[in-house]
Each structure stands twice: as C-alpha cells, then as structure tokens.
Design a protein around this ligand. Structure first.
Ligand code: FE2
Length: 425
C-alpha cells in the first residue's frame, strides 16, 4: 500500500493512537461515559495485564455498534493444517532442514483454510514461545472473520498482497512489507491480487517491540515513525458471519448475526500496524568482519526476533563477507521474500524456508564459500534479494506434516559437502 500517503494512517510505534470513522464517535476526556457518543458501545481490549508497568501496558478502547459480548457459544471446528504449541508430534530434531514452497492450494482456499504450520516452541496456554506458519490463499474470506487469542500474528507476504480488514481499520500489506495483528484483534483477509502466499510468525509471548539501540544512538534500524496504524473503518452489516477464534491451539467458531468489524472509533496502543521493510536503515561494518545478524533486527520479543536481510553495501576489508559459519544457542527459521540470499547459491527459493535449530552448524554453502573467500574485495552492493529470519530462543519442533512433507528437501546437508581440507600444515 502507499506508505507515503499518511492520510489514512497514524504513524508511530508503541504510542497512543486514536481514530474515528465518524466525527464525534470518540469520547473525549473519558473512556466509558454513561452513554457513549452516537449510541455506540464502549469496550476495552487489553493486551497486557491491567497492572503492567506503563512502558509495557497495552490496551485499546473500542467504540462499536454492538458489544463483542453479544454472541452465541463457540464450538470446535477442524484445525486443518494449523497446529499449536506445545508441539509434540515429532521429537526435537538437530538436523538442518530446508523446504521448497508449499504446493498450490485447491481452488476456494481462504486464509484460514490455507494455514499450514511448520513448527514452533513454548506453550500457547502459558503465553510463551512461537510458531512458524505458512499461509496460501486463492479466495477472499467472505462472511468469515478470524482472531487469535493465543498470540500476535506477524504477516510476511511473499507473493500477492493481503488486505487485512481489522477491527481498527484496513491495512494492505504487499511483498516487502510486514503487518502485525495484535493478540485478540479480529480481522478478515481479502486478496487484492486474487491470491496470496507468505509467512506468518505467531508470537505467544510478550509482544514484539523495537530493539534498544545502545551505542548506535537515537536513530537507525527501523524508525518508529515508519510504522503505520490504520484509520478507523467499520462495517454495519447484518447477516450470518462465522467468527473463528484460535484458542489454546485449536480453532473455535460461532456464527454471529452481524459483522464484528463494527468499530466506529478507537484509541489506545494495542493496535495493528504496517511496516515497509525498504524503510529499514541497514547498518553494518565499515572496517572489517561481518556484524552478528542481530544488527538486522527489526522487531524483538523474548520469544522471537524478526530480522531482515535487506539490500546493503558490503565494504569490509580482509573479510569473509557472507554470513560466517556459526552454531547458535538460538534457533533460526529463514524465509525468502524475493530474489536470492547471499549465503546460499541455490535451493533456497522465495516461498521456501530453512530451519537451523539450536546449536546446529550452518553457514555458507560450498559454492558461496569458494566464491567469497577468493573474491576481489571491492565495495559490493548485496541487493539480489530480501530474506528474513524468525529467530527464537528455544528449539523449533516440527509438525509431522513439515517433517514428512514431500516439499522438504532431503539431502540439504549436501550443500556443505565438498568443503575440503585446506589446512596447510
Ligand atoms: Fe544462522
């Protein structure tokens, strides 16, 4: 979406936003007047405990046509290929894994029906850990609305835009942008390009935040002003709407007699947002050595970090410039939004992904090592692609479908074969 046009957005990260789709709908000076303006119902949506310190306290006040409480009972519906934490279908696996993109879904697959879980960690019921999902859809959600009580959802579109019609308004995220839906916020996914495919990080724990900058100073990496929060927009529709909620790892549904996207005005800091990864101010070495990839952190949380490998200049002298060989206590799921990644010569394609679990050894493949260790070290623009990483503190346990799927590349280990002995003694 055109992030340069701020008319329909409120910029900023973590601040208190407010918006009204109808003038006068937002009460001033109080949250819950005896009668809310325009006959609306006032409702608080909390994203943190009431007593959280100010810096981490999250809530929004919604002014809606009908209160959320007016709904019939929820009943369990099929999870499809969606799974939740704890992940216990397979044993944690130290092997390096890589996948091709998911096969195309059958016609008529909407966002919820197309969700496919790769794996994750922690426990949704204890609000800790994360999950890696993939989404693919070729049909818009109609008369269906989704919400996730288990965690916040970070959309990383790879092919086709997603239009996220939320309780707070509408965001359109195209490949190269990311969008976040906070815990509990309801939304419908429409498909401006007819179909869409991408990655989805579900964060069960404390919400994603901007990283501290330390000696970098007051500016750099992702700027708070580049995060865009939607303007209020509401639906005043009656008729059956299936509201699906993910709760404790499972899907539940209730049929409402109206659209729950009926919020006319709101204010608060528990809000959806959009961020254009091309706005990320990439920092790196201007002397020697490759910084740790934490320098590319866009958003951070105790359970998971979101890191982007955006176009940048490589100028290090006497330096092996691609990411070095490493073994980490962290576990890394990598995906590719477009192009190619500078540590892998082949096999890692847009829509695919790789998993390097805790302490598993990885780094440049043989071809990349040979090329980078003999290359002439002139300034070089690394702009062949846009890759990202969900980096998490605990090992990622795969779902059975991810371990056994036909699109998992058997023989991924081979990319490190042929790294021969070069020892000169
Ligand atoms: Fe890594």
């Amino acid at each position: 979406m055109n992030a340069g046009d701020l008319t329909d957005f409120s910029p900023g990260f973590g601040n208190q936003h407010s918006s009204e789709a109808v003038p006068g709908a937002l009460p001033l000076g109080r949250n819950s007047p005896q009668r809310a303006p325009l006959g609306l119902y006032a409702e608080q949506l909390s994203g943190s405990a009431f007593t959280e310190p100010r810096a981490t306290n999250r809530r929004s006040w919604l002014y809606r046509i009908r209160p959320s409480a007016a709904h019939p009972p929820y009943h369990r519906v099929a999870n499809g290929a969606l799974r939740g934490a704890p992940f216990e279908e397979t044993e944690p696996d130290p092997n390096r894994m890589r996948w091709d993109p998911l096969p195309e879904p059958p016609p008529g697959t909407d966002f919820v029906a197309g969700l496919w879980t790769l794996g994750g960690n922690g426990d949704a019921r204890r609000r800790t850990g994360m999950a890696v999902h993939l989404y693919r859809a070729n049909s818009p959600m109609t008369d269906r609305v989704f919400g996730d009580a288990d965690g916040e959802l970070l959309f990383v579109p790879e092919r086709g835009s997603v239009s996220l019609c939320t309780e707070f308004g509408r965001l359109v995220a195209a490949p190269g942008e990311v969008a976040l839906i906070p815990r509990g916020v309801r939304f419908r996914v429409e498909l401006p390009d007819g179909s869409a495919r991408g990655y989805l990080c579900e964060n069960y724990g404390e919400p994603l935040d901007l990283p501290e900058l330390g000696p970098i100073g007051a500016n750099g990496l992702a700027a708070a002003r580049d995060f865009l929060v939607p303007a209020a927009a509401y639906e005043d529709d009656t008729g059956p709407v299936e509201v699906i909620t993910k709760f404790g790892g499972n899907l539940w549904a209730a049929t409402y007699d109206h659209s729950p996207l009926d919020v006319v005005a709101w204010h608060g800091n528990h809000v959806p947002y959009l961020y254009d990864l091309r706005r990320f101010n990439v920092l790196g070495s201007i002397s020697f050595d490759h910084p740790d990839p934490s320098i590319f952190t866009v958003l951070t949380a105790p359970s998971v970090d979101f890191v982007v490998f955006a176009p940048r200049w490589l100028v290090g002298e006497d330096t092996f410039r691609p990411p070095y060989f490493h073994r980490n206590v962290m576990s890394e799921y990598m995906g590719l939004i477009e192009g190619a990644y500078d540590a892998k010569a082949g096999g890692f394609v847009p829509g695919g992904g790789s998993l390097h679990n805790m302490m598993s050894a990885h780094g440049p493949d043989r071809e990349t090592f040979l090329r980078a260790s003999t290359a002439e070290l002139k300034p070089q623009k690394a702009d062949e692609g846009l890759a990202f990483m969900f980096e998490t503190r605990w090992p990622v346990t795969l779902t059975a479908q991810a371990l056994n799927s036909e699109h998992r590349q058997r023989g991924y280990d081979d990319v490190w074969q042929g790294l021969q002995r070069n020892f000169l003694v």
